[in-house]
Design a protein. Structure first.
Length: 83
C-alpha cells in the first residue's frame, strides 16, 4: 500500500500550519522519512513560537552588543557576555 499524506488543519485546531500525516501502517522508509520531517517541522515551529515570545517580552540583546562581545574574544581583555 502506498503512503498517503494529507494536509489536515482540523487535526490540530488552533495550530496554524500544522500538517497531519496519515500514512500506511507498514514501516516503509517513506513513512519513516515523512514522520521524521513532520516531527522536525513541529519542533521548528515550537522554537519559532518560543523565540517570538522572548521578543515580545523584551528579552533580547542588541546586535551591536553581541557583535562587540564576539569581536572582543580575540583580544587580551574580552568583554563579559552581554545580558
Amino acid at each position: 500500500m502506498p503512503a498517503v499524506v494529507q494536509n489536515s488543519k482540523k487535526a490540530k485546531a488552533g495550530c496554524p500550519g500544522f500538517l497531519a500525516v496519515q500514512i500506511c501502517s507498514c514501516s516503509c522508509p517513506v513513512k519513516q522519512a515523512l514522520t521524521a520531517w513532520v516531527d522536525q517541522e513541529e519542533e521548528r515551529r515550537r522554537l519559532t513560537v518560543e523565540a517570538l515570545a522572548y521578543i515580545d517580552s523584551g528579552r533580547v540583546i542588541e546586535h551591536q552588543a553581541v557583535q562587540a562581545w564576539a569581536d572582543s574574544l580575540d583580544s587580551d581583555k574580552p568583554l563579559p557576555l552581554p545580558l
